[in-house]
Design a protein around this ligand. Structure first.
Ligand code: AMP
Length: 305
């Protein structure tokens, strides 16, 4: 099977308490597509300007990502800049220049329209719905979102939620969307808005997965050194979607999703070890398998007595 990834493509400037780097490859689609490419074929849709470095396009190609849906238009690529605070969990957006992203109209080439798994990475929910309008009989659809859309496009987001199988969002967004302080209540409440499955990410504290009368809590891989948390959420979503696609099954169930959130967490944990997508350039399938095993060992315990 293959996975369709639609989202933003950006040149990011990222500052942490230790380092600052400018014009890095970023964007929700970049992270998610590269993460998914460790498991399956990826069809990517996004927009860049004519200033977008060729080396980044070459990198997508090296990862085997299909770029038929990549729009290269006159103008400048979307630029985003963020600064992390001391705990590396909290971040402030310093600047956003939408540039060619402002008029992004995600269009699926005919060769993409029957892609079985669709990952709607973070873009405006109206655009995410527009992608679904063009898709033919997807088997499983996943949407990611962010606080901005809950603030300025809630109705569009609620309309989208009725059409997707799964929503991925972080803890503060889940609280913002539902008005619940308890993440457990929030998870079940979001299910009532449409998606059969909900994953709530908790940064370095892992994630919660909700299904019908089913719940799974997954820790995060404990890392001593985090260099750049940017894109961890997108890598989580991409790894999860890529793994589901690799299962080649008609009926995705909770058991599959339990495994998928662990694979998503594995890719996200590697990604934060270096800036931008640098760590994923050298990552191998063996590395992924090794950390998956480590996750498994970590989550088991012996019953005494
Ligand atoms: P994350 O760390 O998972 O929140 O994702 C960070 C990525 O999201 C960065 O590479 C940004 O370029 C991208 N990004 C920031 N703001 C937006 C936005 N409004 N829409 C889409 N992507 C964005």
């Amino acid at each position: 099977m293959s996975v369709l990834v639609v989202g933003s493509i950006a040149l990011d400037t990222v500052k942490t308490p230790m380092e600052e780097h400018a014009d890095l490859l970023g964007g929700s689609a970049s992270y998610a597509a590269v993460a998914a490419s460790f498991f399956t074929d990826v069809n990517m849709v996004g927009v860049v300007g004519d200033d977008f470095p060729q080396e980044h396009i070459a990198f997508y190609r090296e990862r085997g990502i299909n770029l038929d849906g990549l729009q290269i238009v006159p103008g400048k690529t979307f630029r985003w800049s963020g600064e992390y605070f001391w705990d590396l969990n909290t971040r402030e957006t310093r600047s956003v220049a939408l540039n060619v992203f402002e008029h992004f109209n995600p269009t699926l080439p005919s060769s993409y329209q029957e892609t079985p798994i669709i990952l709607l990475a973070n873009i405006a929910p109206s655009l995410q719905s527009h992608v679904l309008d063009q898709a033919r009989n997807p088997r499983f659809t996943i949407a990611d979102t962010m606080d901005l859309w809950i603030n300025i496009a809630k109705d569009d987001l609620l309309a989208l939620l009725k059409r997707v199988d799964m929503l991925i969002l972080n803890d503060s967004e889940a609280r913002q969307l539902t008005g619940q302080t308890s993440l457990i209540k929030a998870g079940y409440e979001i299910r009532k808005l449409g998606p059969r499955f909900v994953a709530i990410k908790k940064g370095e504290h892992g994630c919660l997965l909700f299904g019908e009368n089913a719940f799974f809590s997954c820790g995060a891989y404990p890392l001593e050194d985090i260099h750049d948390p940017t894109g961890a959420g997108d890598c989580f979503a991409g790894g999860l979607a890529g793994y589901l696609s690799s299962l080649n099954t008609d009926k995705i169930c909770f058991q599959h999703l339990r495994q998928a959130v662990v694979y998503g967490s594995v890719i996200a944990s590697y990604n934060v070890e270096k800036f931008s997508l640098e760590r994923l350039r050298t990552l191998t399938r063996d590395d992924v398998a090794e950390r998956f095993e480590a996750f498994h060992r970590m989550s088991q315990f012996e019953l005494l007595g």
